[in-house]
Design a protein. Structure first.
Length: 126
């Protein structure tokens, strides 16, 4: 059995691939300035989930693949920089909201079935 730390690390590092329409409807295409590679830091403020940092890619305003099989991501960044993404793997569904301005972003996340929540920060790498 995986520890909470390993399970969360696996969940957060999962691929951010848009594989299923069951999570969120497609968002409007974002401004090209949001596309590229982003470094995202997850900080837990409630619950026993760990802090984590990973890189994601955005193309056409949508989150694109970066990792583990079996995970589903849907959503992205709208033309005004609003972030709305849901990540799903098994029974875990993490909701991520916030905003991107220029080359930085921040917001909140919640993973209800694990009773975890917190904030995230992002910086555009390329």
């Amino acid at each position: 059995m995986m520890t909470r730390t390993a399970l969360l690390a696996t969940f957060i590092a999962m691929p951010l691939t848009a594989v299923s329409a069951i999570v969120l409807p497609t968002l409007a295409i974002a401004e090209p300035g949001h596309d590229g590679k982003w470094s995202v830091e997850i900080v837990t403020e409630k619950g026993w989930c760990d802090a984590y940092r990973w890189d994601i890619g955005v193309a056409g305003g949508r989150v694109v693949a970066v990792g583990a099989p079996g995970a589903i991501a849907n959503g992205g960044i709208d033309p005004k920089g609003r972030v709305s993404v849901q990540l799903a793997r098994g029974s875990d569904v993490m909701s991520v909201t916030g905003a991107i301005v220029a080359k930085t972003g921040s917001g909140a996340w919640v993973l209800p079935n694990r009773s975890c929540a917190g904030r995230w920060r992002a910086e555009k790498l390329a």
